[in-house]
Design a protein around this ligand. Structure first.
Ligand code: NFE
Ligand code: MG
Length: 568
């Protein structure tokens, strides 16, 4: 018997995601992912001054708040063929690095760990045994009996209050929850500690960007932070030193808590290295530019076909690479937009909403379907880590091997790179990316200090707009994957603007050739033990860290689902 399971809304994500699955013999056989809201920011941008675009574009999202600002100015700068002062590149790199590190910690602990960690079981743990388990995994200074006992009391007080809040409506006691009481208490305690740690990274974003969420210091041509270390300017020596202190303070948590926790969950749930494979064409781009022209990068990347990081890898070179520029298209055949012209390149992209009802074989989402050279692709930390690995980035190779060795040691058999093409693999890759970015943050801070030390205080080049039409693209490796903005500028005003965001790649509906997306593909064969508690479906979806922009809400009033569930 086949049952239709509808999960709407999927929670602990940004925005509004609906997923429908057909389940037969305890496994998902067909899947549909749908973005049920539309905002139209791409249309709002038409006719605007390109220098203002980043302020509007940044409001696409309240989670990846910096990324649309940075990508937008890069697109306009690309159209104008601008060079960007080194200080501005480094300051942008510091902002994006800190934002991504913050985002990955929040995603693992606060948005997805509870898919694997049972809070109610943590209450039954022995704090001393928990300390013993935690100390066997890492020498983190807070893995003590006292810390675990205090955290357990906090959780108990929370539950006694009757107001479960962030821990309400979880799938506690679900048969797919496998951790011991002690492992659950360890992870729940780290959940609480992570709340404090992520704040430190966000402080870095706020100091450099003037506030967060939504930074204020971007400009087409650079950044607006004056540098004058002797005065009360935005970037004083005191502030720069404080930024380095914050970066240093977070390092231990990433290497001694986040990485070991991901490895432990990977080992305890080793069967999840075989679930959630999905699309294994991976797209990611180079980021953290090291020169004014955007031709040298700290973090290389590219396109990987069919999961083959050796023969299937094509590097994407820089901010001007025509191989990237020509490869992207978006289809609206299955999306609630007017179409009929086939998949369009973003410079020619159209966004004309045209809502109809849900149609399994027709239109069922406000998300478009992007392709790269007519192939579907997965983006995100896994794509980025594989791209870095394939490019020979040594610190990435080191950390991938360290995590795989650690999981192999815990399960007692060799776990190879292949295990990364999975639900757990996306979590492991995100942790690797987090530590790699954290290391790079220190490098970028040193580069900035050395450059200022040479007497260079430039942060801005003035943009000049030609009368004739120009076009450009900007990309950025955001927390959820490769983000690109595409702009056509005519007489100094925006004629067309398209944002192709990470979640568009992963969560889109079927494409022009009716091929399923990364979310849909990853859900196929996912086991479902209890139909009205689809924890396993949520696990695979959360492993992508979904983000669907919010605002215009449309509801399906006539759904014919077997089970409609809300989960946290
Ligand atoms: Ni709104 Fe985002 C990131 C972007 S994802 S969270 O990361 O761009 O679709
Ligand atoms: Mg778009």
């Amino acid at each position: 018997m086949t049952q239709r399971i509808v999960v709407d809304p999927v929670t602990r994500i940004e925005g509004h995601l609906r997923v429908e699955c057909d389940v037969g013999d305890g496994k998902v056989t067909k899947a549909w992912a749908s973005g049920t809201m539309w905002r139209g920011i791409e249309l709002i941008l038409q006719g605007k001054d390109p220098r203002d675009a980043w302020v509007f574009a940044q409001r696409i999202c309240g989670v990846c708040t910096t990324v649309h600002a940075i990508t937008s100015v890069r697109a306009v700068e690309n159209a104008l063929k601008m060079e960007i002062p080194l200080n501005a590149q480094y300051i942008r790199n510091l902002i994006q690095g800190a934002h991504n590190v913050h985002d990955h910690i929040v995603h693992f602990y606060h948005l997805s760990a509870l898919d694997f960690v049972d809070i109610t079981s943590a209450l039954k743990a022995d704090p001393a045994a928990t300390a013993k388990l935690a100390q066997s995994l890492s020498d983190w200074s807070l893995n003590t009996t006292g810390e675990f006992a205090t955290a357990q009391k906090k959780l108990q007080a929370f539950i006694n209050s009757g107001q479960l809040g962030i821990f309400g409506s979880g799938y506690w006691g679900h048969p797919a929850m496998k951790l011991s009481h002690e492992a659950n208490l360890m992870a729940a305690t780290h959940y609480l500690q992570a709340l404090d740690v992520q704040r430190k990274m966000n402080k870095v974003v706020a100091i450099l960007g003037s506030k967060t969420p939504h930074i204020q210091n971007m400009a087409v041509g650079g950044v607006t932070n004056p540098i004058n270390l002797d005065s009360q300017s935005t970037l004083t020596l005191e502030k720069l030193t404080y930024i380095k202190t914050l970066i240093d303070e977070v390092g231990d948590f990433i290497t001694k808590v986040y990485i070991p926790d991901v490895a432990a969950i990977g080992a305890f749930y080793a069967d999840w290295t075989k679930i959630g494979r999905g699309i294994v064409n991976y797209l990611s781009i180079p980021d953290m530019p090291l020169d004014t022209k955007g031709t040298k990068f700290a973090l290389p990347a590219g396109f990987i076909e069919n999961g083959d990081i050796v023969k299937g890898f094509t590097p994407i070179k820089d901010f001007h690479d025509p191989y990237f520029e020509k490869g992207v298209k978006e289809s609206v055949k299955h999306s609630w937009y007017q179409g009929g012209k086939g998949a369009l390149h973003p410079y020619d992209g159209e966004t004309i909403p045209n809502y109809s009802d849900w149609q399994d074989d027709g239109k069922y989402s406000f998300i478009k379907s992007p392709t790269f050279y007519d192939k579907r692709a997965q983006v995100g930390p896994l794509a980025n880590v594989l791209g870095l690995y394939a490019s020979g980035h040594q610190r990435t190779q080191f950390w991938v091997n360290a995590v795989l060795d650690s999981v192999s040691g815990l399960v007692g058999s060799k776990i190879g790179v292949d295990a990364l093409h999975s639900t757990i693999g996306r979590h492991a890759a995100r942790a690797v990316r987090c530590v790699v970015l954290h290391e790079e943050l220190s490098n970028q801070w040193t580069l900035l200090m050395e450059n200022i030390g040479r007497g260079d205080t430039m942060t801005f080049n003035k943009p000049v707009f030609p009368k004739e039409e120009v076009r450009g693209f900007g990309f950025h490796e955001a927390p959820r994957g490769m983000l690109s903005h595409w702009v056509v500028i005519d007489k100094g005003k925006i004629k067309n603007y398209q944002a192709v965001v990470p979640t568009t790649w992963n969560a889109g509906p079927r494409d022009e050739d009716d091929r399923i997306s990364a979310y849909e593909a990853a859900l196929i064969d996912t086991p479902v033990a209890v139909a009205d508690q689809p924890l396993e479906i949520i696990r695979t979806l959360h492993s992508f860290d979904p983000c669907l922009a919010c605002a215009v809400h449309l509801t399906d009033t006539e759904n014919s689902s077997t089970y409609q569930v809300k989960v946290v």
